[in-house]
Write a protein of this length. Sequence first.
Length: 299
Amino acid sequence: MPIYSMTGFARLQVRVNDQLNYTLSLKSVNHRFLDVQLRLPNGLDALEMELRRALKEHLVRGHVELMLSVDRGGQQVAGYNRDLVSGYLAAFNAAREDFGIQGQPDLNGILRLPGALQSDNRGTGDEDLAALAESVQQQIVPLLKELKTMRAREGESLEAILRASLDRLAEAVEGVAMLRPEVEQRYQERLTQRLINATGTEFNRQRLLEEVAVLVDRSDIAEELARMTTHIGHFRELLASSGEVGKKLDFLLQEMNREANTLLSKTGGVGGKGTRITELGLAMKAEIEKAREQIQNVE
């Protein structure tokens, strides 16, 4: 099963009868939860409840906007504002007489006045409302399927990007693992020399070496590498699963980022090939951040 993006769009245009057509459009973008907004004509309260139920059954996350635009065809009749037009003509005639000027009123100019032209909207009758609601209920599932098809295509693109990031992340982890023994040896030698310099010639060498071993063990990055490898494997498994995985993937990336930070803090200042580990650790963090940006749009 593919993962789903939260970005998608779908639209249907339907003819109910000779006088009634409508367009039903559905758009979704990323959101932490399922946030549904409906834009419907008045008088469709019962339909709104059914649409919300259908959306919640088919979608898990995302900001979703559903819009129903109704075209009533020949039910709109053009007319004009008689009072406004007659008032304008009366004012024109009065001015012409007062100032003794010639001229005729411009009808085109009058009809361009704000409010001069009107539409007689007779509304939608109860029968048409019932037919409209029934048709929309029949079309909402096909519309949702179209939306999910697009979200699945977007999800495939996201999955490809995420898998590429995981591959690069795994390569960085493997690179650090190969450098780990040499860096640990260098760290132990450097720490021993610093302690010898600090204690002078009179010291218990065996005791000193034991203390160095403890400090080196605390600086070991084996656990961080093991956990990072485990997280990468779990991430791949989630990508191959179905359902709501976006939040789980985001949590895993937070854990990966924590491991990368710990790795960097333990290996900082070692020098030599430790510098290469720092470079790889920063590369890990960069890939994790790229993946987190993509995850924000995964359902």
